[in-house]
Design a protein around this ligand. Structure first.
Ligand code: F3S
Length: 104
C-alpha cells in the first residue's frame, strides 16, 4: 500500500485524488490519507504529489504514518475530486513539526 505522510499537512495539493483509479483517498481538514485496504498499490499517485508526501510502505520508518492512514481513513470522508489547495500551500512545503501543530 501507499501512505500519505507529514508533508501533505497544510500543503494538501490533491493532485493525488485525480489519478487514483480506486478512489481510496480520505479527506481531513489539513491532509488526506489513503485507505490501506482499498489501495491497489498501483503507484500512480506517488509521482503526482508536488510535495512528495506519498510513499510506498516498503520505505523504512513509516510506522506512524501507516497508523495514521489506517485510522483516519475509517472516519474521514472519501474525496474523489480535486479542490483548490490552500493559498499558503507553498509556505508549508517542507516545514518542520507539521504533525504536532496542524494535524487534522
Ligand atoms: Fe497531499 Fe500530495 Fe495529495 S500534498 S493531498 S498527498 S497531492
Amino acid at each position: 500500500t501507499y501512505v500519505v505522510t507529514e508533508n501533505c499537512i497544510k500543503c494538501k495539493y490533491m493532485d493525488c485524488v485525480e489519478v487514483c483509479p480506486v478512489d481510496c483517498f480520505y479527506e481531513g481538514e489539513n491532509m488526506l490519507v489513503i485507505h490501506p485496504d482499498e489501495c491497489i498499490d498501483c503507484g500512480v499517485c506517488e509521482p503526482e504529489c508536488p510535495a512528495e508526501a506519498i510513499k510506498p510502505d516498503t520505505e523504512p520508518d513509516l510506522e506512524k504514518w501507516l497508523g495514521v492512514n489506517a485510522e483516519y481513513a475509517k472516519t474521514w470522508p472519501n474525496i474523489t475530486q480535486k479542490k483548490d489547495p490552500p493559498d499558503d500551500a507553498k509556505e508549508f512545503d517542507g516545514a518542520e513539526g507539521k504533525f504536532d501543530q496542524y494535524f487534522s
